[in-house]
Ligand binder design. Structure first.
Ligand SMILES: NC(=O)C1=CN([C@@H]2O[C@H](COP(=O)(O)OP(=O)(O)OC[C@H]3O[C@@H](n4cnc5c(N)ncnc54)[C@H](OP(=O)(O)O)[C@@H]3O)[C@@H](O)[C@H]2O)C=CC1
Ligand SMILES: N[C@@H](CC=O)C(=O)O
Ligand code: NA
Length: 372
């Protein structure tokens, strides 16, 4: 790990952010935590010394310490200015799902501030932002790591980058990419349960996934397929396809048409969760249809590199297939490549949850500290 002091800013202390701070507090030679923000509040180590640092283990009570400066929300430019004036290299860990912060990554990177994040927005929005992020990193000699943007802490991004960097030809990527949708279908339509005997209502299982911290801050981003589309956009781009945006291809949504126009606000989320039980019958019908064919329904995605085709949606699977048999929030991701031939390289395990996602973020931070 680097011996020069490295300064750390962390934005977002939700399910992932809290678990990340816990892991950070146990790291030997952890960087100095000098900025910690949530949506309405920012804690800062005092300038110009950037010392004492914010204690990662006790961040929740740190704002009452007289040595820590407290402020309201800072703009991304103010965060860039604060971190780039620190007396050493700095790193921003973005544990939000904020698209505005993500669109400012080029500004951070050009100023030499490295980025570590599970936030998909920067890497899966317009292709021009993707290009700007990596060009800006080169300009600022800064690093960008985003392992937890696909498959939470599972080594998906690093594996795909290694396949590409070593000259393998990736032909197809397919699997289950959503921890939430995996949990929903594994619970609502388990292989071991014939039609009608699983007592779970779709809406109850959605509430459970939200409580377990698997969903996006707005669970409609999982149910409308956009979260999976964003992950496939990221993988397709790493595999060499110039996907313009995550809505460049068809996405099957599980949002009932009657609830599609609710606003993207916390009131909209509350109203959606309240009214979802009215539509439980629609999902029960999908489950029963698959059951009649002796199958189960699952939400999957694929990238066909040769055909430049991305697909996201529901499919029926035989009950003895690997996808049908997944448990909990598991993702399964298969990479078909020239070297691996007809037996794909497969990665499987929990694809959502604070601790496993934070593990990917913390491991990325360790890589940055070693490589900066
Ligand atoms: N949960 C999971 O299993 C996984 C999550 N991810 C990604 O990790 C990220 C975080 O997810 P999660 O922890 O579950 O989300 P949460 O909703 O639990 O937490 C989000 C945090 O971000 C803060 N925040 C939001 N916008 C801003 C802003 N503009 N400025 C400062 N703080 C802000 C919120 O502040 P406040 O506390 O004030 O509300 C909150 O602390 C997302 O990008 C998600 O896609 C990736 C893989 C898996
Ligand atoms: N909401 C996402 C979290 C990880 O990216 C999911 O359920 O997969
Ligand atoms: Na990952």
């Amino acid at each position: 790990m680097a011996s020069k002091p490295i300064y750390l800013g962390v934005i977002g202390v939700g399910g992932v952010g809290t678990a990340f701070l816990q892991q950070l507090s146990k790291l030997p030679n952890a960087p100095s935590l000098v900025l910690l923000a949530r949506s309405s509040k920012t804690l800062l180590a005092p300038t110009p010394s950037y010392s004492p640092a914010i204690p990662a283990a006790d961040w929740a009570t740190a704002s009452s310490a007289p040595s820590i400066t407290t402020s309201g929300t800072l703009t991304p430019s103010e965060v860039v200015s604060y971190l780039s004036s620190a007396p050493g290299r700095s790193v921003l860990v973005d544990n939000t799902s904020d698209p505005n912060l993500a669109s400012a990554y080029p500004e951070f990177l050009k100023a030499g501030i490295s980025i570590v994040t599970p936030n998909k927005k920067g890497f899966s929005s317009d292709l021009s932002l993707w290009k700007d992020i990596f060009a800006s990193a080169a300009t600022g000699k800064a690093l960008v790591y985003h392992e937890s943007t696909v498959g939470a802490g599972l080594p998906v991004i690093s594996t795909l980058r290694d396949l590409v960097a070593t000259g393998d030809e990736v032909t197809r990527i397919e699997g289950v990419f959503s921890g939430t949708l995996s949990f929903l279908f594994n619970t609502f339509a388990p292989v071991s349960s014939p039609a009608g005997t699983s007592s779970a209502n779709w809406s109850d299982v959605v509430s459970q996934a939200k409580e377990l911290g698997y969903t996006e801050p707005d669970p409609r981003d999982d149910l409308n397929g956009m979260d999976v589309a964003r992950k496939l956009t990221i993988l397709a781009r790493i595999a060499g396809l110039e996907v313009q945006s995550p809505d460049s291809f068809p996405i099957e949504s599980l949002i009932p048409a009657e609830l599609a126009s609710l606003p993207a606000t916390s009131e909209g989320v509350a109203e959606f969760m309240k009214r979802l039980p009215e539509f439980d019958g629609q999902m029960a019908a999908l489950k029963e249809q698959a059951e009649k064919a002796g199958k189960v329904v699952r939400y999957v995605g694929s990238v066909d590199v040769g055909k430049k085709e991305v697909k996201v949606g529901l499919q029926q699977f035989a009950k003895d297939s690997a996808i049908a048999g997944l448990k909990g929030s598991d993702n399964i991701i298969s990479f078909y490549t020239k070297r691996y031939g007809s037996n794909p390289l497969i990665i499987q395990g929990a694809g959502a949850g604070g601790d496993v996602t934070a593990m990917g973020v913390t491991a990325d931070l360790i890589k940055v500290l070693e490589r900066l």
